[in-house]
Write a protein that binds this ligand. Sequence first.
Ligand code: AHR
Length: 531
Amino acid sequence: MECCDNDNNPSRRDVLAGAGITAAILAAPAVFANMAAAGTTAKVTLDASAAKTTISRHIYGHFAEHLGRCIYEGIWVGENSTIVNTRGIRNDVVEALKAINIPNLRWPGGCFADTYHWKDGIGPREKRPSIVNVHWGNVTENNHFGTHEFFDLCSMLNTEPYVCGNVGSGTVQEMAEWLEYITMPGDSPMSKLRKANGRDEPWPITYWAVGNENWGCGGRMRSQYYADEYRRYQSFCRHFGRKKLYKVACGWDKDEWNETLMRDAGTMMDGLSLHYYTSIRSRDKITNGSATQFTEADWFKTLRKALGIDAYIVRTKAIMDKYDPQKKVGMVMDEWGTWYDVEPGTNPGFLYQQNTLRDALVAGVTFNIFHAHADRMHMANIAQTINVLQAMALTDGAKMLLTPTYHVFEMFKVHQNATLIPATVESPAYSLDKNEIPQVSVSASKDKSGKVHISLCNLHHDTACEVSVELKGIPATKVTGRILTDEKITAYNTFDVPNALKPREFGDAKVEKGMLTVALPARSVVVLELA
Ligand code: AHR
């Protein structure tokens, strides 16, 4: 388990410890500026005249790895399954994901990508070799979900494929041939193979990653070595239909790594991949805590850790700005989310965890932070789509439930491709022991039809907040909204009660003479629409 076996992941480091928290807050004015003394009122100013940056819809991307029950069972059940499916892909999951407009899907890993040999996953299914998934539980998989099935899924979801190629244990030729197989319209050895396997036309693709975590599970490389390997592999990453590929290089939370990569390969990449997991690992590293049985202190620690993604982004942006002042290279946070202990009794290698109101808050504040960095942030991918880590949906045989995180994705989809309206926020502090985080997180955008949406999170476990929002240049007379909250911080959906936690209408906001006031309940995520 790469994430938890070393201290390389930012989630293992106390990003907000001590003085760091002040830096994080000051560095992201749109989200947390000017934390006021503890209290129950917050002041926000939105200035529509300063709205110019588009929030890339790709920030709302997903990640589905061959890990545990994400692909197999969660997405792929096979054509002969009793679970309702289309060409082997379960219908309930496709319908649920379509409803949140997923813009892209990263596949096949993760650590799995750097052991994946794509030719194992093409041709008649019964003839495909079985392989051992060495990273995730050493289970044997039959390769029934491969390139054709992945592109079929993307077309059902109307989403853009984002493929992660194998640098760790694959060759340059293997990666080049995979791209030829996917994109070559005319005659070539790989396009003939594709046609022989039943697909005449090439598939559309733009996003391509050259390796995954090559500092860790993807080869334990050193920065200079990977930078040189990246240069070599990417030279042979061609779109044979002469379209432009968006090539993503593997970054890390070590500044030296990103500095080397940006310096020596920055002009050869379109995106820099970063990963950030939110976990509250115990000092002895024995536990990441339970997904559902947690205290107020754990709630606080988790949200504080989630907010630490801002400092990571700010730090890495500074390195990117140094080598790419024109901001051509995008930040691609292609793995993020919570990481707890697996559900009791489940395979530790499968990373199956439940999802509570706490995860909804993590998703809400993370999106608000991503929006604030819309100038650099091209893409992000939640880890992972189904049955793994901070999932959208969990399945049990034919049953499926939608998680609180799913509902945040659904509520926030109004921000996709909208224009960011910069916000200044004076938030009360939420304190526990000697630590402080802002109680309120806010983000706003204007969509193509002129509608303004404001997403607000109240991180406090038991204190409501009165938020007044000055609407500069936003001529609103009406406000509607929805809220996700519960009496309990540990609330979650089960297969028996799948709709315990879902968004409902929110009526505690009013707009008058250019001012919006919101009575924001404790532990809540709210999205408002102004008209
Ligand atoms: O998402 C689970 C794993 O976390 C991915 O396979 C890997 O890239 C990261 O360490």
